[in-house]
Design a protein around this ligand. Sequence first.
Ligand code: TRP
Length: 360
Amino acid sequence: MAGKEAPAVTPWEVNGEIDYDGLMERFGTEPITPELLERVRQHTGRLHYMLRRGVFYSHRDLDTVLDHYEGGGRFVLYTGRGPSGPVHLGHLVPWTFTRHLQEAFGSQLIFQFTDDERMLIRDGIDEEAAGHWVLENALDVMALGFDPEKTEFIVNVRHAAKLYPLALKIARDITYSTVRTVFGFGDDPSLGMMFFPTMQAAPCFLASERDGEPVPCLVPAEIEQDTYWRITRDVARKLGYPKPAQVHGRMLPGLTGDAKTSSSQPLTAIYTTDVPELVERKIEEADTGDHPARCPMYQYRNLLLTENDDETHEFYVDCLEGNIDCRECKARLAEAVNRFLGKHQRRRRLIRGSVEKMLE
Ligand code: TRP
């Protein structure tokens, strides 16, 4: 796009219309090819809907992880969340896929809460607020059905000792100028933000460190977190650990047509704790697109809510052929969201006690 500035994609800000091929090129990642999908399918049976539809579209070293797995080795999954506020539907896209991978491959999951990061960023939150959001967010994670026996929460401040020895090794090999360049830091980030990336990198190596042998780590996340893995991959070889692998997912659009659902703009997002009336109102007031591919109503179904391909396809065709108008489409989406959230909220209530224990 000549004359137009490339949209910002850093871990802290994602704006503008997203060109996913451009992102793969910019970050130097690989597309998930039909051959690779076929390899996954051999282990998982029918492909997960997020793979069938290309919601997860890009990777690094997924093939290497599969080599290791096919050779009889294990790999771990790792993802996380900055606990600064409530979880919205967009957050559930990568977590839903992670849960599928845990089940399909029987993998251990490390789920990190970067409360330190949320305290360190400009206009960050205090320890008490972070603690509140860690529990609230962990409920959303576990409500998706992760296996508690195979899921380890690491809350950075509380569990710092698990990560600090690794963080130090990583920090020793990354210079100030590298961090400054890759994260695009100006003069304002705090000293803590310079060190923080090592705390997000450390879980990538934790399983190898514990097992005393190489255990590959696969990180399902949105591509905006890529910067962390780039520096982690750079130091991996030197430290004798496998480079962390990644799979990258698309981002759920905001309800007002923004490129990404943003927590700082409450009306553009549906939170997991929203009551049905609020969901209806948000969707009623949402912007629609001129084509399903550019319409949040369709994307909410396609990326997250509707597992059934025929049903998704039907909405696509009905929209294009004018068999359904936006008002009805919205009403039916609101119903689908509320059905989904009804179950999710019930599970959240049921698991509170056990999730509190997991966080100790
Ligand atoms: N920094 C991430 C955020 O702000 C949270 C996070 C920690 C994360 N570890 C991760 C995200 C691993 C993806 C994968 O949301």
